[in-house]
Design a protein around this ligand. Structure first.
Ligand code: 5GP
Length: 210
């Protein structure tokens, strides 16, 4: 097994239930850790600073960006969101698979900087389900729901840049498929170079030693 963790980027339209998929994945498997983003949007009811997000001001956000402390960042419906670099890189070194639940602009930045990152797009079984879920969630005003749906139209154009498409129809199936994807990614030759080199060297030693 390669020792360093992998970056798993999860995106999907607002309201698709990607947060629930990620929570369930982490409940079932210990090897994942979630990146906590910074955002300039106000907290929703029940959201906790440092757990759901670090809620910061526009000035603080600009300072983090200027100091190159963000792995990626993007604007979304009038607010800024970004991934703090140090925490993510530290956990990867410890061998954790780091989950970044981010929108598409940020995902594409990650893929450019870290080509071995795995990009998964979560989609609903149909567009109508999405609108229904967004309205049922009731956390956004009607105007915000409309904006989020328009953003979904924009985001659908970027789906093809992702490595995998997951349909969130039945939760447990979706979670298990996501875990299987990660298991396969860990077995790829290009993330196991160190191990391959060691096997090659050891084999040579055996042969030369004979
Ligand atoms: P929400 O306001 O619903 O929590 O998040 C809005 C969108 O921003 C979601 O698509 C979410 O995945 C995305 N997002 C959350 N954190 C980050 C981040 O650090 N970077 C980027 N690029 N997007 C983020």
């Amino acid at each position: 097994m390669n020792k360093r963790g992998l970056i798993l980027v999860i995106s999907g339209f607002s309201g698709v239930g990607k947060g629930t998929v990620v929570r369930r994945l982490m409940e079932q498997h210990e090897n994942y850790a979630l990146s906590v983003s910074v955002t300039t949007r106000p907290p929703r009811e029940g959201e906790v600073h440092g757990k759901d997000y670090f809620f910061i001001s526009e000035e603080e956000f600009s300072a983090m960006e200027a100091e190159d402390r963000l792995m990626e960042w993007a604007g979304y419906v009038g607010r800024h969101y970004g991934t703090p670099r140090d925490y993510v890189l530290g956990r990867l070194e410890e061998g954790r698979d780091m989950i970044l639940e981010i929108e598409v602009q940020g995902a594409l930045q990650i893929k450019r900087k870290y080509p071995e990152a795995i990009l998964v797009f979560v989609a609903p079984p149909g567009a109508a389900t999405l609108k229904e879920r967004l309205l049922l969630r009731g956390t956004e005003s009607a105007e915000q729901v409309e904006k989020r749906l328009s953003r979904a139209v924009e985001e659908s154009g970027a789906m093809e840049a992702y490595d995998y498409l997951l349909i969130n129809d039945e939760l447990e199936t979706c979670v298990s498929q996501l875990h299987q994807i990660m298991q396969s990614e860990h077995r790829k030759m290009n993330v196991n170079r160190e191990l391959m080199e060691k096997i090659k060297t050891d084999l040579k030693c055996f042969v030369e030693g004979e």
